[in-house]
Design a binder for this molecule. Structure first.
Ligand code: OGA
Ligand code: NI
Length: 355
């Protein structure tokens, strides 16, 4: 696919670097000073008074108030934390435990799943094929749930033995949650509940997941686990590490470190929902800081438009006072840009603007 079949150079697993015990990180991982995490935003242990993303109760019995809270959060922050979201905390814990066990397996058990930039499916250690790129301090595993032609249990880790069944169950439950959030986002735009879901292709919306594994880092002040980016897809449901902070969200000129709540999901708007909503909802940049003391594991679940549908501003949201801000493009076309270049802030959605 467009010359993206191989990585431009030998892949080094960040976990291997971390476990080597070296006191210095290789120069390839050192970010320019302006991109490094500021000590104040990543290490504060007293959280009192720090701004945090809105916390929203998704209990179906309070749908109208949930819709207005989700709408306000997605216009302002682009992010919220969801409680009472309907996914059992036991399933959340079993899923993250299974993935942690996978990343803790010996390298020989993980390397058969090594990925390529053609599809990104499997065990990976970089995003983008730009040979000169500065790399991020993280490994990951990427897999598909839907469409079924892309889903293959054989590509999912065989170990630990519980993983495939647990991931299957997790995929089903979190897909349900995504559909409900799409309904709330539609209501929050004054549209019929199914509107955004239909724009995504109805039942044919794409579903995939990236599990991020950020090993301990000897020089966390010089690098990032994941560079600043906005999510290219529709919406993202993130299960953050229960113990270790790291996710930072762009707010004004600075970065806010998210304080995860127990059993909550962090949900954010991606570029496709920003485009469909004609920029009423915002796909906000975020990044991940790493640390010296503890590894961090997060599960990012992506809910995307069917990949061959043109996605542009919904006609209901375009009018004389609010012209269409974007041209239509399929998600397949859109994603190719990011697969080549890796995480680059919001450069793509900006370049799409027609005015
Ligand atoms: C992502 C992402 C955040 C995290 O995978 O797109 O933003 O906390 N992850 O790992
Ligand atoms: Ni992201």
């Amino acid at each position: 696919m467009d010359g993206l079949s191989e990585w431009p150079e030998h892949i080094v697993r960040v976990q291997t670097l971390s476990e080597s015990g070296a006191a210095l990180i290789p120069p390839r991982y050192i970010k320019p000073p302006a991109d490094r995490p500021s000590p104040s935003s990543s290490s504060s242990s007293s959280d009192a008074g720090e701004p945090n993303i809105p916390i929203i109760d998704l209990n179906p019995a309070r749908r109208a108030s949930a819709a207005s809270a989700v709408s306000a959060a997605c216009r302002d922050w682009g992010f919220f934390q969801a409680v009472n979201h309907g996914v059992s905390s036991d399933l959340m814990r079993r899923s993250s435990d299974a993935w942690r066990a996978f990343f803790h397996l010996p390298m020989v058990d993980k390397l058969p799943y090594a990925n390529s930039p053609a599809t990104y499916e499997g065990y990976g250690s970089r995003l983008g094929v730009d040979k000169a790129a500065i790399l991020d301090w993280g490994d990951y595993f990427f897999l598909h749930f839907y469409p079924l032609c892309l889903k293959s249990h054989a590509k999912w880790p065989a170990l630990p033995p519980s993983l495939r069944g647990t991931v299957e169950e997790y995929g089903r439950e979190v897909t349900e949650l995504c559909r409900r959030v799409m309904g709330l986002l539609s209501l929050g735009l004054g549209l019929e509940e199914r509107r955004l879901q239909e724009a995504f292709g109805g039942e044919d919306a794409g579903v995939c997941m990236r599990v991020n594994y950020y090993p301990r880092c000897p020089q966390p002040e010089l690098t990032l686990g994941l560079s600043a980016h906005s999510d290219p897809g529709g919406i993202t449901v993130l299960l953050p590490d229960g113990e270790v902070k790291g996710l930072q969200v762009r707010r004004g000129g600075g970065w806010v470190t998210v304080q995860p709540m127990a059993d909550a999901f962090i949900i954010n708007v991606g570029d496709q929902v920003q485009i469909l909503s004609n920029a009423i909802y915002r796909s906000v940049e975020h990044r991940v800081a790493v640390n010296l003391e503890a590894e961090r594991l997060s599960m990012a679940f992506f809910y995307n438009p069917k990949s061959d549908l043109p996605i542009g501003p919904l006609p209901e949201l375009v009018g004389p006072t609010r012209p269409a801000l974007y041209q239509s493009m399929t998600f397949d076309e859109y994603r190719l840009y990011i697969r080549k270049r890796g995480p680059r802030g919001k450069s793509q959605v900006k370049s799409l603007k027609t005015i």
